[in-house]
Design a protein around this ligand. Sequence first.
Ligand SMILES: [Fe+2]
Length: 384
Amino acid sequence: MSEQQSKRILVVDADDKSRAILVASLKPLGHHVTTAVDGQDALQKIVAEPPDMIILDVMMPRLDVMMPRMNGYEVVGRMKGHDENRFIPIVMVSGLKDEKARVAAFDAGVDDFLIKPVGRTELKARVGSLLKVKAYHDHVRSRHKKLEAEVEARTIQLQRAREKINLAARETILKLSRAAEYKDEETGAHILRMSHYAAAITRTLGLGDELAETILHVSPMHDIGKIGTPDSILFKPGPLDTDEREVMQQHTVVGGMILEGSDSDCIQMAEQIARCHHEKWDGTGYPRGLKGQEIPLESRIAALADFFDAVTSSRPYRKQPFTPAKASSMILEGRGTHFDPEVVDAFLKSEEVILSIRCRYQDRKDSRFNKRASEDSSMTVLGQ
Ligand SMILES: [Fe+2]
């Protein structure tokens, strides 16, 4: 027998003579045979070096032995209840031609049952057959583990690729947001504040950290479409006429066009926000006059965040910004008309966080408020 075919067989029998007979029968078959004298001894050896097969005596407790020993059935139960060892075939041997013992052995999970004395030919046949089954199980399990490892490695690769793509998408968002700021530099702080407000409202709505984080990163692009607004309108110091207002409102459409067609979930959300952040709950907003839940939730959130920051910030067309308390009361007034009622409630519940964000991201003292900026957000409610 080649080394490859030689298997490890553990013989467990409390009786020295029986054990020796079994060992003597197995060794000529070319297997590496080890022995254990009781159940406890067997389990320790199985843990130390799992065998390919176990020949196990029933080992019923003897009346003349004071210390109870783990019998063969208990050993089988422990083995079959263990994930790693349950595929090791067990042949139980007994000196009793007892049908109940045989049934109990199979109930416990043994793979075969032999009556002592076991003939060498029969033992060779049974052992050979069960070792083949064991070898097949080992092959299948090994293949399964290999496949699991391949799937895990592939999953890690995909995760890394996804992380790289997400990073690239976020960088793109940042670059586009900077482009919008360059054109419409009302303040970088406005973009930071409104996106943090939107994230805070999202969390209060119970929509989870992941969505809040995404909204935080995509909200800065809400006014990206102002890249397409003529400077004569964007920077006009006085009120806009009807035609100019229509052109100004086109920044939502232009923003949507800039961002459309992306496979990235983040950019798709940014597109929705750019298109719909001036829609109103009651359908009187623009550009499409969407109503209620026709307006994407992230846009309803961004709309309120944008409005709050616009009215509480200094603007060239307004002597003083509104106080946060006044802005909150205006938002409450717009509950169910301008704004989604649930978003308003979440905003009001988030007041403490909102105020701390407002303190954290203040406008630079040298900011040039010479542009129309978020006029379209704040002035529609102010009636200008
Ligand atoms: Fe806007």
